[in-house]
Design a protein around this ligand. Structure first.
Ligand code: NDP
Length: 385
């Protein structure tokens, strides 16, 4: 039996992971499940899996969770430090699926155990890539890429010839606004941006997919995970989302990973790795797909790609700054406080206004993150009404 913990169990990735785990109760024992505020969802998941521990990040919800789990033997805890303690339980396999930099401390704690961590929480890696990889190296932890593009790259990498890789090509659906003009995007409302053409995901990553910050964060994620310089990382629009990414080799060979746009495929790959397990996912019917299209991304309409590349090349504190400003701007857009196109404006202004020494501890990262958030808030106040 494999022991499993899921950080961010109530979210889109968390629920897909639970779906796979619950299909094979004889194979997995659930240790910890966590959420931010969703007491009902967390309690339901903990009861369904007979988890050892349920943790809610919001301390004020401790009593509500305790009540929701009364009559069970499931342990209850609350608060950010309890999340870290849950991640330290030494599960054989941990899914890191908290959204945003809030997932950094628990993800690092899971890596400190030296076990296997499936990483969906891209913002943590973008903000603290060097730090996370150093912890994994020191403890011998295995970091498995869950993000569909990075999981695709991982599957396409020929482990016997790592020096033969020429470049990594990340595919992007282009999101709901792929064909929209800048003027149309200016007036885009949250409900329009939340309508992703191919994937059902949490709100933050769906907005990131509309601005292309998701692909920008993924460029930085690939840079860290595969130790690949910026000039060997490319993005190509592929509206069908059938090819999840590609690896080009020096001999001209290009390997692509394909599948239905369902996160249970990359999650299952991480859950079973290095084996394979069956999934209930719809099989790819290429005759039905009929054609695969590709187009070069437009960095004028989608400045996020240019900004992420800039942060990746400059390195140091810049990726954490980019990420924090984007998290703030996405939240403001979802609350209708700024326009869709202001998201990139805010990120660019903070990225250019602020620099700091490269973070060498988690406190450094959180300090940079906090300052970038303060500057983003100020930059939003300065936007023309
Ligand atoms: P969701 O918004 O659906 O879920 C986020 C999860 O994190 C929830 O369990 C939420 O709890 C919890 N959470 C939110 N804020 C905090 C906090 N401050 N402290 C502790 N827990 C918190 O997100 P997704 O599942 O879509 O995405 C999760 C991560 O995976 C993101 O980093 C995303 O970029 C990445 N990812 C997602 C993909 C997808 O298909 N969804 C694909 C590839 C990567 P609560 O429910 O209580 O709010």
């Amino acid at each position: 039996m494999k022991t499993v913990s899921i950080l961010g169990a109530t979210g889109s990735i968390g629920q897909s992971t639970l779906d796979l785990v619950q299909r094979a109760p004889e194979a997995y024992q659930v240790l910890a499940l966590t959420a931010a505020k969703d007491v009902e969802g967390l309690a339901a998941a903990a009861r369904a899996t007979n988890a050892k521990l349920a943790v809610i990040a919001d301390e004020t919800l401790y009593d509500a969770l305790k009540t929701a789990l009364s009559g069970t033997n499931i342990g209850v805890a609350a608060g950010p430090q309890a999340l870290v303690e849950a991640a330290k339980l030494e599960a054989d396999w941990t899914m890191a699926a908290i959204v945003g930099c809030a997932g950094l401390a628990p993800t690092l704690a899971a890596l400190e155990t030296g076990k296997t961590v499936a990483l969906a929480n891209k913002e943590a890696l973008v903000s603290a890539g060097d730090l996370m990889l150093a912890v994994a190296r020191r403890t011998g932890a295995t970091l498995l890429p869950t993000d569909s593009e990075h999981n695709a790259v991982f599957q396409c990498l020929d482990q016997s010839a790592p020096k033969g890789v020429a470049k990594i090509i990340l595919t992007a659906s282009g999101g709901p606004f792929r064909t929209w003009t800048k003027a149309q995007m200016q007036a885009a409302q949250p409900e329009q941006a939340l309508k992703h053409p191919n994937w059902a995901m949490g709100a933050k990553i769906t907005i990131d997919s509309a601005t292309m910050f998701n692909k920008g964060l993924e460029l930085i994620e690939a840079h860290y995970l595969f130790d690949m310089p910026a000039d060997r990382l490319e993005v190509i629009f592929h509206p069908q989302s059938v090819i999840h990414s590609m690896v080009e080799y020096v001999d001209g060979s290009v390997l692509a990973q394909m599948g239905a746009p369902d996160m249970r495929i990359p999650i299952a790959h991480c859950l079973a790795w290095p084996e394979r397990i069956d999934t209930p996912v719809a099989r790819l019917n290429l005759a039905e797909v009929a054609k695969l299209e590709f187009e070069a991304p437009d960095e004028v309409r989608f400045p996020a790609l240019r900004l992420a590349r800039e942060a990746m090349v400059e390195g140091g504190a810049k990726p954490a700054i980019l990420n924090a400003a984007n998290e703030m701007a996405v939240a403001a857009f979802l609350e209708r406080r700024i326009a869709f196109t202001d998201i990139a404006v805010i990120v660019e202004s903070v990225l250019h206004a602020y620099d700091a020494a490269a973070p060498s501890t988690i406190s450094d990262v959180l300090e940079i993150d906090g300052e970038a958030r303060r500057l983003a808030a100020r930059s939003m106040e300065a936007l023309p009404a």
